[in-house]
Ligand binder design. Structure first.
Ligand SMILES: NC(=O)c1ccc[n+]([C@@H]2O[C@H](COP(=O)([O-])OP(=O)(O)OC[C@H]3O[C@@H](n4cnc5c(N)ncnc54)[C@H](O)[C@@H]3O)[C@@H](O)[C@H]2O)c1
Ligand SMILES: O[C@H]1[C@H](O)[C@@H](O)[C@H](O)[C@@H](O)[C@H]1O
Length: 333
């Protein structure tokens, strides 16, 4: 499978190296970026050509499928161009930053007549989350009633602003909880505690997201992106007969000097390295089999409807309804 990759920043480079090294059945044929030097450096590293821009990369007859790893606001136009060209596209999260753009993608994909879009919600490929899903699906803790989650980053750059905790960060929990619980969210509220002093002054951090599902389960997500001490992802589901908790990544427990301790992961590339590998391998395998099968454009759209409602909820302090239309038959599993 000859892949064209748009956006050769941090994750674009990671995915280019992954696809040209660890993933079988794929090679990176062409890359493009609005920064030609970044594109040239990554092209050289993986033995690909540089396309002059995203449109020309998508139109390139040698490119059979596209990875979109540009900035979030550029995703919608690039994904729509892939659908217009009839090419499968793997788009990094968020599918779109605005829900209205996601709706345009759903309409275009349905008009095309078969699935082309997969969204980069890699937590669905993480071994720990998959174990939780298996426990829930087997009824191991009974009907889920609550979920308590934390998404902590050690720091964020100055460009990270107060909508990003929802649009870029909590979007992972929103997707993975939709998947684990098997239903959509109905309302969202954001509660803001005292901000940490260890942040850029323009950023509201931490923020707490309170969600209610259509059937009445409650989910709380602490988003704390300057926690300093590590990259810490927590998730516990409380059911009628038990609880199930996301395991920390395996690490050696050291007993020394009167203490027993294990190290915490410091960044998301390490925390989710295996999940990224599995995600792209399964995407390539599914394309060889005919169609993408992972998180769909509907999943990307539904998550963005929730993040947009969460941004409104933080700004207004209100409990905001999640205004999601009925899921089209095209996207029913
Ligand atoms: N799944 C995950 O955990 C995960 C992790 C990191 C980033 N991401 C997502 O990946 C995307 C990229 O993030 P990043 O951290 O690599 O950012 P980045 O800033 O390092 O890279 C983005 C790149 O896209 C390029 N770009 C921007 N607009 C473009 C356009 N119109 N056409 C072509 N290139 C364009 C920029 O020049 C830059 O090189 C974001 O959507 C981000 O949310 C996902
Ligand atoms: O783009 C990144 C990425 O999605 C990480 O998984 C998340 O922890 C960060 O908060 C976000 O900024």
């Amino acid at each position: 499978m000859k892949i064209g990759l748009i956006g050769t920043g941090w994750i674009g480079e990671e995915h280019a190296r992954r696809l040209s090294g660890r993933i079988s059945g794929a090679e990176v044929a062409a890359v493009s970026d609005i920064d030609p030097e970044r594109a040239a450096a990554v092209a050289k590293a993986v033995g690909a050509r540089v396309a002059a821009d995203a449109d020309r990369l998508i139109a390139d007859p040698e490119v059979e499928a596209v990875v979109v790893a540009s900035w979030g606001p550029a995703h919608a136009g690039q994904v729509l161009a892939c659908i217009a060209a009839g090419k499968p596209v793997f788009c990094e999260k968020p599918l779109t930053t605005e829900a209205a753009d996601g709706l345009r993608i759903l309409e275009a994909e349905q008009a095309h007549g078969k699935r082309l879009v997969q969204v980069g919600f890699m937590r669905r490929y993480d071994a720990g989350y998959r174990q939780i899903k298996a426990v829930l699906d087997a009824g191991g803790v009974g009907t889920p009633l609550m979920a308590h989650c934390a998404h902590r980053n050690p720091t964020q750059p100055e460009s990270y602003h107060s909508d990003k905790p929802m649009v870029d960060t909590a979007v992972h929990e929103i997707d993975v909880l939709r998947w684990l619980l098997g239903e959509e969210f109905a309302t969202v509220q954001v509660v803001v505690p005292r901000s940490t002093a260890k942040r850029y002054p323009h950023l509201v951090d931490p923020q707490i997201l309170l969600l209610e599902t259509e059937s009445g389960a409650r989910v709380d997500v602490e988003v704390f992106v300057n926690c300093q001490y590590g990259y810490d992802i927590q998730c516990e589901i409380v059911g009628e007969t038990g609880t199930v908790r996301l395991p920390d990544p395996a690490a050696p427990l050291v007993r020394s000097g009167g203490r027993a301790a294990y190290p915490l992961v410091q960044d998301f590339p390490s925390r989710f390295a295996d999940a990224f590998d599995t995600e792209l391998q399964e995407w390539v395998d599914a394309l060889h089999a005919g169609l993408p099968a992972g998180p769909s454009a509907w999943d990307g759209y539904a998550a963005t409807v929730v993040t947009n409602a969460a941004v409104e909820a933080r700004r207004t302090g209100a409990i905001v309804p999640v205004d999601l239309p009925a899921r089209p038959d095209f996207y029913k599993e």
